[in-house]
Write a protein that binds this ligand. Structure first.
Ligand SMILES: C[S@@+](CC[C@H](N)C(=O)[O-])C[C@H]1O[C@@H](n2cnc3c(N)ncnc32)[C@H](O)[C@@H]1O
Length: 295
């Protein structure tokens, strides 16, 4: 299963239509911190099948301490490699985008909190959103902008966007990185318009998740870079549901996991993509979805 940005030896041809992202009718806000770069065509440099990143190379990565944002700078060349250190983020982005319906109106805005290098972008093509990404890491934002994302530097605990500006807010693989979960959830719900859709995915605060997402995943190329997670920040599911409810969004959770068949195919060198499928439990990786109250 080849993902939309995967292929053989040429630049990705996925169009990113300015009109689809709002174009001149929906210019980016002019507040400080906005870095607007939009392109007519996705500039994803496609790569052919490449081996999973060798263990020796992974072990050479500097030890910056757990959950240190500088790790994303050190791994900037890995973001868009389908078999690189962030391979699993590509699979999760596809699963997240599957929860996002077509834009409800022309010029609809999707705010992508902790957008990283914009891996969600190819999966939103044709849905009709202007894709606004917020992140702390400049190197990741530059890559996101190259992929058609309106890139905004900011902390998800203090998002530099106005109240109710978003038709959809995605918070994918970010909540398990923030020291102040109530602030991040509060901000996600604040920028969401009444009736808008919140989509999250993150890692549960359980012993099983610590085993799977840290002990095991950090030894599996493509699952999680070494030291990227601080398990102390993993997300208590009941707390998350309560925080969303307190901010006017009732969310439902479901567990997800990589398709075992696709993983076997990947390891056998057949295909680069892995589908995320429903899991019987939310106790490792989970998605949440809900709408903000209209009044
Ligand atoms: C695991 S990556 C997920 C990226 C993207 N959502 C994806 O799924 O591909 C986490 C991202 O969150 C960003 N990040 C971490 N803490 C942040 C914060 N407090 N505010 C904004 N971005 C943050 C990092 O720079 C990184 O790009």
């Amino acid at each position: 299963m080849a993902g939309p940005h995967e292929g053989q030896g040429s630049r990705c041809a996925h169009p990113i239509s300015l009109a689809a992202f709002g174009g001149a009718d929906h210019p980016a806000p002019r507040s400080s911190g906005w870095a607007v770069v939009q392109r007519n065509r996705c500039r994803c440099a496609s790569v052919g099948p490449v081996p999973l990143r060798p263990k020796a190379e992974r072990d050479r990565s500097p030890d910056l301490g757990r959950n240190n944002p500088e790790q994303y700078d050190a791994l900037a060349d890995q973001w868009w490699l389908p078999r690189g250190e962030f391979a699993m983020l590509h699979w999760l982005a596809a699963a997240r985008a599957a929860l996002v319906p077509a834009a409800p109106r022309p010029g609809a805005v999707l705010v992508d909190l902790g957008c990283g290098a914009g891996l969600l972008a190819p999966h939103l093509v044709g849905k009709g959103y202007r894709h606004v990404g917020v992140d702390l890491t400049r190197s990741a934002l530059a890559l996101a902008a190259d992929h058609g994302v309106t890139a905004v530097r900011g902390d998800v605990g203090r998002v530099p966007l106005v109240d109710g500006c978003a038709d959809v807010v995605c918070a994918g693989e970010i909540l398990e990185h923030v020291p102040d979960l109530p602030a991040a959830v509060g901000e996600a719900c604040r920028v969401l318009r009444p009736g808008g859709l919140l989509v999250v995915d993150t890692i549960a605060d359980t012993r099983l998740a610590r085993l799977v997402a840290v002990t095991i995943a950090e030894r599996v190329p493509g699952a999680a870079p070494k030291g990227i997670h601080d398990p102390a920040l993993f997300v208590d599911r009941a707390h998350l549901v309560r925080l969303c409810a307190d901010n006017g969004v009732g969310i439902a959770l479901r567990g997800i996991r990589p398709s075992a068949l696709d993983v076997v195919r990947l390891l056998a060198g057949r295909g680069d993509g892995v589908r995320m499928v429903p899991a019987p439990t939310t106790s490792v990786l989970f998605q949440g979805i809900g709408r903000k109250r209209s009044t």
